[in-house]
Write a protein that binds this ligand. Structure first.
Ligand SMILES: NC(=O)c1ccc[n+]([C@@H]2O[C@H](COP(=O)([O-])OP(=O)(O)OC[C@H]3O[C@@H](n4cnc5c(N)ncnc54)[C@H](OP(=O)(O)O)[C@@H]3O)[C@@H](O)[C@H]2O)c1
Length: 159
């Protein structure tokens, strides 16, 4: 009697470092996904907003030094104005002098806060960022808040 026998054999050869990297990457991606789902989706927003206390938005923060990039328009401008409204010392980081000065004067007039300053810096230039960091450190004041709307993460590393 003719007997046919097929045998399949699949062999995986994987080194310990490769397996470790694979597990680490899988873990990081899963953790990132879960964190994102729990914090940055609409249901997460609705859940978190239950703890939102509007009066906390009115907290005054005089003496706090805040640096806001992309501060002459959009959400950068709104953030800078909000911080100035709360009495903080605000440094507007803008690349264009005229637009920066217009935002500075508008914020000072609207909030009555004169502790608003303009720093000219093109955030696409590492040289400019280094120069800004150097100017800021010469002021010898602590930086309490860095709001990085328009920037490479590099600015956070330097300042
Ligand atoms: N608006 C939103 O709902 C929203 C939501 C999520 C994320 N974002 C992000 O938040 C950032 C700002 O958004 P936006 O809507 O406020 O934008 P926007 O109104 O266009 O404001 C961008 C600001 O960044 C400045 N800027 C751009 N390139 C710069 C550079 N190389 N150096 C210095 N300043 C520079 C611009 O200055 P100039 O006037 O000189 O161009 C402007 O003041 C963007 O990265 C955007 O992707 C926005």
């Amino acid at each position: 009697m003719l007997q046919l026998q097929f045998e399949f054999q699949i062999r995986f050869s994987i080194t310990i470092p490769t397996l470790t990297m694979f597990l680490l990457k899988t873990w990081r991606q899963s953790a990132f996904g879960v964190y994102g789902y729990l914090n940055f989706t609409k249901p997460a927003f609705l859940e978190h907003s239950k703890n939102f206390k509007p009066e906390e938005m009115e907290t005054q923060i005089p003496g706090k030094n805040c640096l806001v990039t992309g501060a002459n328009s959009g959400i950068g401008y709104a953030t800078a104005e909000g911080l100035a409204q709360r009495g903080a010392t605000v440094y507007l980081v803008c690349r264009n002098k005229e637009r920066g000065e217009a935002a500075l004067s508008q914020i000072q007039t609207k909030t009555g806060n004169q502790n608003v300053h303009l720093e000219i810096c093109d955030l696409s230039s590492v040289t400019d960022i280094r120069s800004l960091a150097s100017r800021f450190s010469k002021k010898n004041v602590p930086l309490h808040v860095l709001v990085n709307f328009q920037s490479y993460c590099y600015i956070a590393e330097i300042i």
